[in-house]
Every structure is written in C-alpha cells, then in structure tokens.
Design a binder for this molecule. Structure first.
Ligand SMILES: Nc1nc2c(ncn2[C@@H]2O[C@H](COP(=O)(O)OP(=O)(O)OP(=O)(O)O)[C@@H](O)[C@H]2O)c(=O)[nH]1
Ligand SMILES: [Mg+2]
Length: 324
C-alpha cells in the first residue's frame, strides 16, 4: 500500500535533516509522528518513528543532565506568568491573542519547543506571559522545572473538547510537583520548605468548540482548587476576564508616586506585592529616601492626602507622596 505522505510530513522530514541539536531532532521527530498519515500503509514507518523518538528523547535528557543546560527568560514588566499544560491545549494561541508575539500554532501536539515570551497589557501595566512546550507523560523538557520555578504565577491551559483533561491535569501537576513547583490555588501556610508553590489559574480553552456540559463539569471539578476562566481565541470571549483574573492571581498593587507640590506620575506605577508598606515603596525608589522617610501622604479610598505612617499598607491605585 502506498504511504501517500503529505507535504506537511515532508516538511517535518526536512526539519529533521536540518536539525542541529538534540532538541531540534526530537521536535522534528515529534512533528513527523504527528503528521504522518495514520493508515496500514504507514504502520511500519510509525513504529520506526516512535522508536527513534524515544531514543531522541533519551538523548536529549541525558545531554541536558550532563551539561546542566539552562533555558531562561529575562523577566520584564510587572510580573512573569508561565503558560503550562498538556500538548495542543491552546497555550500558544492564547499567547498570540493576548500579546504581540507570533508563536507557532498547529493542530498537532508538541508544536512549541522553546519558551516564547510576550507582553500582555493590563490597564496601565504590562505582564510578561511565557508560552512553554507542553508537559506530557512521555516528555517534559528538562529545563522546564527551573524556568517555571522562577515565574510569579502559572496559567494552566486545558482543552475541554478532549476527554482526557483529568489525566492531563494530573500529569502536568505531578511532573511539576516532581520538580518542586506544585501548582496551587492558595499559597499553603506550612508547605515543604523545598517547594516553590506557584499560584495558578486554570483556563478552559477553545470554549467556542466545547460542549456546555463539558465546560460545566470541569468547572465543578476544578473550581474548588483554582480560579477558572473559559476562553476562546476564535470568538475572543473570556480574554478580558482572563486578564483581570491573571492580575488578581498575582496579588500585586500599583501605586503612583507624587513628588511634593507636583501631580502624581500616573503613567508609570510602581508595582509591589500586596501587603507592601509606604516604607517598602520608599526602598524601591531609593535606599536613601527610605532611610530619611518621615511620613507620607496618601490619596485613595477614603484618604485624601492625609498623613500616614511608614508602616501604612498600600492599596492598588493609591497615590503616595513621600516626605523626607
Ligand atoms: N476553535 C478553537 N481552536 C483553538 C483555540 N485555541 C487553539 N485552538 C486550536 O488548537 C490547536 C492547538 O493550538 P496551539 O495554540 O498550538 O496549542 P499549544 O497548547 O500551544 O500546543 P503545543 O505547543 O503543541 O503544546 C490549533 O489548531 C489551534 O488553532 C480556540 O479558542 N478555539
Ligand atoms: Mg504551543
């Protein structure tokens, strides 16, 4: 029986030929296996590809272990948020919809092989989103644990049109917990000190194609653990709610510094953790200002320029004048 190989398959074959590194080779094989026409005439080829892929994965992992290879994304903006999830869930599509990045998107799994950052504007701040390769039982890039550990929050993207969401979610959680980055709803008060728990938000992607019952079942299942947002990049439904949910998940406050006698700089807020005080703001601006800080005046909520002490906890959107 003729194999009837498609141009898509031929293209991934060409990528394999051109591959220069273990991870490029592995990614090309991944793509070949995903795009090879699935019928009797290609069974032998499929089996052969699977063998080569298993070997390539092993090679990549042992190479990485030997060279302690690191992949890092310089943080930018108010916070760094990673997009994690099973293959083909819609992570890259989300990055494309929320930022100006142009990630590779395809209907087969393991499309993304490197981290890809993009800046998501939210009101007057920018949040860095980092699209990542998928996490699957059969493969997780060995540098992922370190990268994810350095982020401020995670968006766990799942595909509600798939029947395997619960298994997929377990694999992602187990694999990351195995790297000491448990995905959590609330930060635990007394967790294992070797862990770096990551505040997580769940996204039900492809909501335009999903059945209402499936969405409702998943919401019921995961809402006790994580905030959940339904999103479609096709209809763009849920994208604005997602931005708000990401911001809330980060538990940050924006404050505007006001030089004495002048209007506040409304364009460029300082971003601090919830619970940060006037003194923390002063430290952020300049050590010397923090040392000399006498008091501050705050505008926001019920305050209209009243004096507050250096221990005063700042709230989102406060305007602060520091007096030295
Ligand atoms: N209808 C519909 N399709 C979507 C949506 N989001 C993603 N898709 C499709 O789902 C497939 C996978 O999307 P990707 O964004 O590449 O998924 P991914 O999670 O980045 O995949 P990997 O990089 O392989 O892990 C593509 O064919 C997308 O066009 C959506 O909101 N609606
Ligand atoms: Mg992708």
């Amino acid at each position: 029986m003729p194999a009837n190989l498609t141009p898509q398959y031929r293209a991934s074959e060409a990528k394999l030929k051109a591959a220069k590194s273990a991870d490029e080779r592995r990614a090309a094989l991944e793509e070949m296996l995903a795009t090879i026409p699935k019928h009797k005439g290609t069974e032998k080829m499929q089996a052969d590809l699977k063998r080569r892929l298993a070997r390539a994965r092993q090679e990549e992992e042992s190479r990485t272990a030997k060279h302690g290879y690191h992949v890092h994304v310089d943080p930018e903006g108010a916070a760094q948020v990673v997009l994690v999830g099973p293959p083909n869930a819609g992570k890259s599509s989300l990055l494309k919809a929320l930022t100006r990045a142009e990630p590779g998107i395809a209907e087969y799994p393991f499309t993304t092989t490197r981290p890809q950052p993009g800046m998501m504007p939210y009101e007057d701040v920018q949040v860095q989103l980092v699209d990542l390769p998928p996490i699957a039982r059969e493969h997780m890039d060995p540098w992922m644990g370190n990268l994810v550990r350095g982020a401020d929050a995670a968006v766990l993207v799942v595909d509600p049109t798939s029947a395997e969401v619960p298994e997929d979610v377990e694999v992602v959680r187990e694999r990351l917990a195995g790297q000491r980055v448990p995905l959590v709803g609330e930060l635990p008060e007394d967790g294992d000190s070797r862990d770096t728990p990551l505040p997580t938000l769940m996204v039900l992607a492809k909501a335009d194609r999903a059945r209402e019952e499936d969405l409702a079942v998943l919401e019921e299942m995961y809402a006790p653990e994580y905030p959940i947002v339904r999103v479609s990049v096709v209809s763009r439904a849920g994208l604005e709610s997602l931005k708000v949910a990401v911001w809330r998940r980060l538990q940050l406050v924006r404050v505007y510094a006001k030089p004495p006698g002048k209007p506040a700089d409304r364009l460029d807020p300082f971003v601090l953790s919830q619970g940060a005080t006037v003194h923390d703001l002063a430290e952020r601006i300049h050590r010397e200002i923090a040392e000399k800080l006498a008091f501050a005046r705050v505008w926001g909520g019920k305050l209209d320029g009243q004096r507050v002490a250096r221990e005063f906890e700042l709230r989102d959107r406060d305007v602060v004048e520091l007096a030295t």
